[in-house]
Design a protein around this ligand. Structure first.
Ligand code: CA
Length: 252
């Protein structure tokens, strides 16, 4: 009888191929740990890995800075006293290159007093050694959540940005004050960045009910938005698509 060759051995390759579809949302957060004491590296690495993080460690300031700037990390845990380049210098560079990256500083007792001003300028948090691993892990998690919420609540298109939580709008970094309806209209246009939207689509999405088809309310509000977002030498990137409607962005 063909004691059929281990069929189990044949399984892995085809099923492994079909797995990646759902993986994107499961990608573990990546943390860069910059710390020159191997004992602390091991301790922190084990704690973070046990909690589902992927950890890469740099044992000196030069490698730490290079990885912080070039690597694809979600957070940095940074010691201050490092060979090669100080933690505060690294903090400053990371702050200007990657302003939204959370940096959690590890300091020895005594370092902190001298450096409060520097820390205030750049670190989201700090822990004084010896610290509790559970606390470090919890803080890293908490700061990652803040970053996630902030990016989920921002919409961008061209040089326009709105925050759906604070309901603030900016163009080219300049704050723009909008009425509720203007804000909703801008959000709708940003969500469909580059698409041509008919007046009817805009009406039902923003005003939410059947209007007299002859109403010019969409045109009126697009006019308000253009005026508020535009500058004399830099008109708002909201284009009229003749006999159809409007489009935000993408002139081609
Ligand atoms: Ca150190």
């Amino acid at each position: 009888m063909p004691e059929a060759a281990d069929s189990a051995l044949e399984q892995p390759s085809p099923s492994a191929e079909s797995a990646p579809a759902a993986r994107d949302e499961l990608v573990p957060p990546r943390v860069l740990l910059v710390e020159d004491e191997p004992g602390i590296v091991d301790f922190v690495r084990r704690g973070l890995e046990a909690d589902g993080f992927v950890v890469e460690a740099a044992l000196d300031g030069v490698a730490g800075e290079r990885l912080a700037l070039g690597g694809d990390f979600d957070a940095v845990v940074l010691d201050l006293m490092l060979p090669g380049r100080s933690g505060l210098d690294i903090l400053e560079t990371v702050r200007s290159a990657k302003p939204s990256m959370p940096v959690i500083v590890l300091t020895a007792r005594g370092e902190i007093e001298d450096r409060v001003a520097g820390l205030n300028a750049g670190a989201v948090d700090y822990l004084v050694k010896p610290f509790s691993l559970a606390e470090l892990v919890a803080r890293v998690r908490a700061h990652l959540r803040v970053v996630e919420q902030a990016s989920a609540s921002n919409l961008r298109g061209e040089d326009i940005e709105v925050n759906l939580l604070t309901r603030k709008a900016h163009r080219g970094g300049r704050p723009v004050t909008l009425s509720t309806t203007e804000f909703e209209l801008l959000v709708y246009l940003l969500r469909h960045h580059g698409q041509v939207l008919s007046r009817e689509q805009i009406l039902s999405a923003v005003w939410g009910y059947e209007h007299d088809p002859a109403t010019n309310v969409v045109d009126v509000y697009v006019g308000y938005l253009r005026r508020k977002l535009g500058q004399p030498d830099d008109p708002a990137p909201i284009f009229t698509v003749r006999s159809v409607g409007y489009r935000l962005g993408s002139t081609s």
